[in-house]
Design a protein. Structure first.
Length: 267
């Protein structure tokens, strides 16, 4: 049966698409987030057992673990963005996905939501479960003086909020200088680039983005060397301009990502 032409947007169809996607691929997704949970738990247990003589429950150790975990989670979010079109990999999965009576926009909204908001939610859940498991293991083995339920969870969430939504320093012990507040917008741009690459290349999207970044990092100084005015030693621009340019590029990446996503539906 051919997929009917649908031009409107319906949240009910997005909901049905979500149920179909998770119901069909629940083993893959369960394994993926189980690995995330185990990685968080491993970090906590390393702190508890390796830093036990130095009080793993000390405030600076708790905060440091939260920040390291949050940064690692954000780096993994780029991988999640690059997998936005994983349902189009393989002839059988591609055919099943194309035959769904759902519009291109609804498919894109769900896959983008799954790669970003759903991933963020599952990361918070995985960390909370890992923290609770760490506490249980500490009770079992009598390790980690001062360890309590959800000891690390609050600092992890606080670090995520600061990195994703705020421009203020992360904390007392580890901070980001205020003049680098545009780094957050650069992180959004990177996420958007990986999402764009995932819509353009169904396979090896991460490799394509990394190669592109390396080429830009290598090519920009070379271009400036040959075309910049003689005697130019530095280029200065207001931080607001840089921030605005990064946000504009991120928006363009999402627009082109949807265009590539829509075109890929055509067989």
């Amino acid at each position: 049966m051919m997929k009917e032409k649908i031009n409107s947007f319906s949240f009910s169809r997005v909901w049905m698409l979500m149920r179909w996607d998770i119901g069909t691929n629940w083993k893959l997704y369960a394994w993926r987030y189980l690995c995330l949970y185990l990685a968080f738990l491993a970090l906590m247990m390393i702190v508890v057992f390796a830093l036990e003589p130095f009080e793993p429950a000390a405030p600076h150790n708790v905060q440091t673990l939260g920040i390291i975990s949050a940064l690692a989670f954000i780096l993994l979010s780029f991988r999640s963005a690059s997998l936005v079109m994983e349902q189009m990999i393989g002839k059988e999965k591609r055919t099943s996905f194309l035959m769904l009576p759902v519009s291109n926009l609804e498919k894109f909204v769900w896959r983008a939501f799954f790669a970003s908001v759903f991933y963020l939610f599952m990361g918070i859940v995985a960390y909370a479960l890992a923290d609770l498991t760490c506490y249980s293991l500490c009770l079992l083995f009598g390790k980690g003086s001062g360890i309590s339920p959800f000891l690390y969870f609050g600092n992890y969430v606080e670090s995520l909020v600061h990195i994703l939504f705020d421009y203020v320093p992360l904390g007392e012990h580890l901070t980001l200088p205020r003049w680098t507040y545009w780094v957050q917008s650069f992180g959004y741009l990177l996420f958007s680039l990986f999402l764009l690459a995932g819509c353009y290349w169904h396979r090896m999207a991460r490799l394509g983005v990394l190669v592109g970044i390396l080429l830009v990092a290598w090519g920009t100084p070379e271009l400036l060397k040959h075309f910049a005015p003689v005697g130019l030693s530095a280029i200065y621009a207001p931080a607001e301009w840089i921030n605005g340019a990064l946000i504009l590029l991120s928006i363009l990446c999402w627009i082109f990502a949807y265009r590539f996503f829509s075109r890929s539906q055509i067989v």
